[in-house]
Design a protein around this ligand. Structure first.
Ligand SMILES: O=P(O)(O)OP(=O)(O)OP(=O)(O)OC[C@H]1O[C@@H](n2cnc3c(O)ncnc32)[C@H](O)[C@@H]1O
Ligand SMILES: [Mg+2]
Length: 201
């Protein structure tokens, strides 16, 4: 089976890539399969910059094609925060519960209609000796008043999708993978897929 490395240490993301790329006949390895690989500092100002940093560092490390995902939540009433700081919004430990609690407390008293937000995903494809490609995808919704649902990861329990009448964490994995920012970004790589895999050796 064709194989690709996704430069993430986030188990939730890795699971989604396994499902999304499995459908396309591609087997996914994540950095969780390589416990000794170095950490890459996310010093960029945009999702795209951070995705490029992670993908290029890992393409050099593995000397092969690597895809990285930098993603997060932008909330209009908070001027776009947590944005690129989504993972460490409540501190360096990257605690999903604390991040959610911080967002909910900052939005206290903000009415539903003004709680608009979007998930954003930037994917960078890097390979030794090739120009790095970037694609992006978004998913629109509202920040709920309280967490609901057990599926997904990160901010999913507070991300309400009006068309579904549910939070992202109340959707099944298959339902999330039809509408998510990650799915939308990946669709944009579909025309390049053969090239991505074949540029791998
Ligand atoms: O950098 P890697 O190793 O990939 O893992 P990470 O968890 O640090 O990932 P990011 O730097 O991209 O930060 C993404 C943040 O946004 C959140 N996030 C990203 N995609 C999400 C999704 O589909 N659902 C809910 N939260 C998401 C996630 O929980 C993190 O807090
Ligand atoms: Mg990260």
């Amino acid at each position: 089976m064709k194989q690709v490395i996704i430069a993430t240490k986030n188990a939730g993301k890795a699971r989604e890539f396994q499902a999304l790329l499995g459908k396309r006949g591609v087997e996914v390895k994540s950095l969780l399969d390589f416990p000794n690989c170095p950490d890459v500092e996310e010093t960029g100002n945009t999702f795209a910059e951070n995705a490029i940093l992670k993908a290029e560092a890992m393409a050099r490390y593995f000397n092969t094609t690597v895809i990285a995902d930098d993603s997060g939540l932008s909330i209009d009433a908070l001027g776009g925060r947590p944005g690129v700081y989504s993972a460490r919004y409540a501190g360096e430990e990257k605690n999903d519960q604390k991040n959610i609690a911080k967002v909910l407390s900052e939005l206290e008293g903000v009415p539903f209609a003004k709680r608009t937000a979007r998930f954003h995903c930037a994917l960078a494809v890097a390979a030794p000796g090739r120009r790095t490609a970037v694609v992006e995808g978004t998913c629109e919704g509202y920040i709920a008043e309280k967490p609901q649902g057990e599926n997904g990861f990160g901010y999913d329990p507070i991300f309400y999708i009006p068309q579904k009448g549910k939070t992202m964490a109340q959707l099944s994995a298959e339902e999330k993978n039809q509408i998510s920012h990650r799915a939308k970004a990946l669709e944009k790589l579909d025309k390049q897929w053969d090239e991505i895999i074949n540029g791998k050796e």
